[in-house]
Design a protein around this ligand. Structure first.
Ligand SMILES: [Cu+2]
Length: 264
């Protein structure tokens, strides 16, 4: 594929973006989502909220173009959750952009931090230019993605580093949307002082009595985590999946702490 202006794919979305919008609630909240499949759409679609407990053949049913449904659920469990289209073939609907993050905070919320970020890792299996993603490539037993990305676009935060403050707590909500590949989320030059992964608190703060820390968070497709860390000094702190074969495919970004220069 020779492409002067980049790769253009026809995507399927929730609300016009890939990933779809982040939905953030607290334990005990009722979430009411009106899913509308526009008349102009060519396919049936659906939505599956992993943060909900509902029957698959009720709220998660596929609706045809021109139809709508109301998906109501109660946020019973805190965490970082995936939502996605579950219409057959689900692999193609996810690979083509229909996924996003739900954050359910504990009832009393999360402690205050300086900055928060939301990263959804996913893969692109390119189809022909201006066409949809390749289901054949996505379905391979040993999938070989063309790009592995944070928030939909390869290397976007390497091209445009994210500013953070030196020595102030940063929180990342990270989700591996797949559809196929694991993440080993790591921020170079930092140690995670807090990790809450899939309901398990691995360590909480330097105040934890045994002073445990974490270097990388392993997430299989549809797993999420809340990660806390600080940049110790001014400088650049790359974030990657530490499955390094995918870093060159776009799974890299940069935090810039302070002025980015450790020498002054
Ligand atoms: Cu769909």
């Amino acid at each position: 594929m020779t492409v002067a202006d980049g790769y253009v794919q026809k995507v399927w979305t929730f609300g016009g973006t890939v990933p779809g919008p982040v939905i953030r609630v607290r334990v005990g909240d009722t979430v009411r989502v009106h899913l509308k499949n526009p008349k102009t759409s060519q396919l049936g679609h659906s939505i599956d909220f992993h943060a909900s407990q509902v029957a698959w053949n009720d709220e998660m049913r596929t609706i045809n173009p021109g139809e709508e449904l109301l998906y109501e659920w109660t946020a019973d469990y805190a965490g970082v959750w995936m939502y996605h289209c579950g219409t057959n073939p689900t692999l193609h609907h996810i690979a083509n952009g229909m996924y996003g993050m739900v954050i359910v905070e504990p009832k009393d919320g999360l402690p205050e931090v300086d900055r928060e970020f939301f990263f959804v890792q996913s893969e692109w299996y390119l189809g022909p230019q201006k066409d949809v993603a390749s289901l054949t490539k996505a379905a391979a037993a040993a999938p070989a993605p063309d790009f592995v990305v944070f928030n939909g676009i390869a290397s976007q935060y390497k091209d445009h580093p994210i500013q953070i403050a030196t020595g102030k707590p940063v929180r990342i909500f990270v989700l591996d949307a797949g559809p196929n590949i694991d993440s080993s989320f790591h921020v170079v030059g930092t140690i995670f002082d807090t990790v809450v992964k899939e309901g398990i608190v691995l360590a909480r703060g330097q105040a934890n009595p045994d002073h445990w820390g974490s270097q990388a968070v392993d997430l299989s497709p549809a797993q999420g985590a809340i990660i806390g860390f600080m940049a110790a000094e001014d400088g650049l702190y790359p974030f990657v999946t530490h499955a390094f074969n995918f870093v060159g495919m776009g799974a890299i970004g940069l935090f810039q702490a302070g002025d980015g220069d450790p020498t002054n």
